[in-house]
Design a protein around this ligand. Structure first.
Ligand SMILES: C[C@H](O)[C@H](O)[C@H]1CNc2nc(N)[nH]c(=O)c2N1
Ligand SMILES: N[C@@H](Cc1ccccc1)C(=O)O
Ligand SMILES: [Fe+2]
Length: 312
């Protein structure tokens, strides 16, 4: 009989789901296996590569002075400015030398437990496809530009790289406590939309901020959003929107501080005390908050995306 991996201690084999570790199934395309890895990266057209180059150029016009230094250093270390959609094999080779991570192609959003399993093994699942000109400004599904440009440079930072692996390891426990949404909020407010205090001011390290020009400006310098120091107990109770700019961003002092607040703390007690849903609205400022600046929320009060409100 095949031995079954124990989700909290053995990260080598994909654990089987059961009544205690359950996530909603996603329709798996027939050409991928249980690991959801694409047999090969897409054979991109020259237009696909051109879309990448244009997205890259647009980001480089806004990121200096707004992106975290770890991110900009990562772009450099991986030579991501050389043009065209990176080949994942070559990219993994370079990244592997730096922090032991690799990048694997996946077709779309993959099930939570598979996503966690890859992260726990220092494999970053990246969307294979690239957006088109029609969806140039905004897509909801993560494509290769969001995943590779936005996430992969941060994986060159040794502390952040460890945090990502530990996040993957943390997933199954959260599932057993039925608190995946709470852990998901932590991912959202750090990995996707995190800000960091640097000597020259606040900078972005979250991939959702760094992969688009509007949010890069909005998150770092607009008057609308709240900017609050990260507090894990608070963030894991906070709702989030996936379809618009964030009303609130959470700020870390350093990646070491993020690591201390999360990896070096046992979440069991926290999970036991968390309500199954969210307690705080994504625009709320509450008593315990260490507020850097309280936003006007003007953008959201005017109706947000689709209303024509300026992201100010
Ligand atoms: C909560 C969980 O970490 C998150 O929703 C996962 C699920 N599956 C994913 N799948 C892909 N391809 N990319 C992602 O960022 C995620 N995120
Ligand atoms: N230390 C957390 C795990 C964790 C690591 C990294 C990020 C988030 C959570 C736990 O005991 O569950
Ligand atoms: Fe992402």
């Amino acid at each position: 009989m095949a031995t079954k991996a124990h989700p909290d201690t053995d990260y080598t084999a994909l654990p089987e789901l059961g009544a205690d570790v359950f996530t909603a199934p996603l329709a798996k395309p027939a050409h991928v296996g249980e690991d959801w890895i694409e047999p090969a990266q897409t054979d991109y057209s020259s237009e696909d590569h051109q879309v990448w180059d244009d997205l890259f150029k647009r980001q480089m016009e806004v990121l200096p002075g707004r992106a975290a230094s770890a991110f900009l250093a990562g772009l450099d270390k991986l030579d991501l400015s050389r043009g065209g959609i990176p080949e994942f094999g070559e990219l993994s080779e370079e990244l592997g030398k730096l922090t032991g991570w690799s990048v694997i192609p996946v077709p779309m959003l993959i099930p939570d437990h598979v996503f966690f399993w890859h992260l726990a093994n220092r494999r970053f699942p990246a969307g294979n496809f690239i957006r088109t000109r029609e969806t140039f400004d905004y897509i909801q599904e993560p494509d290769v530009f969001h995943d590779v440009f936005g996430h992969v440079p941060m994986l060159t930072d040794p502390v952040f790289a460890d945090y990502m692996q530990e996040y993957g390891r943390a997933g199954w426990k959260a599932m057993r406590y039925n608190r995946l949404k709470s852990l998901g909020a932590l991912y959202w407010y750090t990995v996707e939309f995190g800000l960091i205090e640097e000597a020259d001011g606040i900078r972005a390290y979250g991939a959702g901020i760094l992969s688009g020009p509007t949010e890069a400006k909005f998150a770092v310098e607009a008057k609308s959003p709240n900017r609050i120091m990260l507090n894990v107990d608070r963030v894991m109770r906070t709702d989030y929107v996936i379809s618009d700019l964030q009303p609130t961003y959470f700020v870390i002092e350093s990646f070491e501080d993020l690591y201390r607040q999360t990896v070096e703390r046992d979440f069991d007690r926290l999970y036991r005390n968390l309500a199954p849903g969210f307690t705080y609205a994504n625009s709320a400022v509450i008593d315990v908050d260490n507020v850097i600046n309280k936003g006007t929320l003007e953008y959201h009060l005017r109706g947000g995306r689709g209303s024509g409100a300026a992201p100010v």
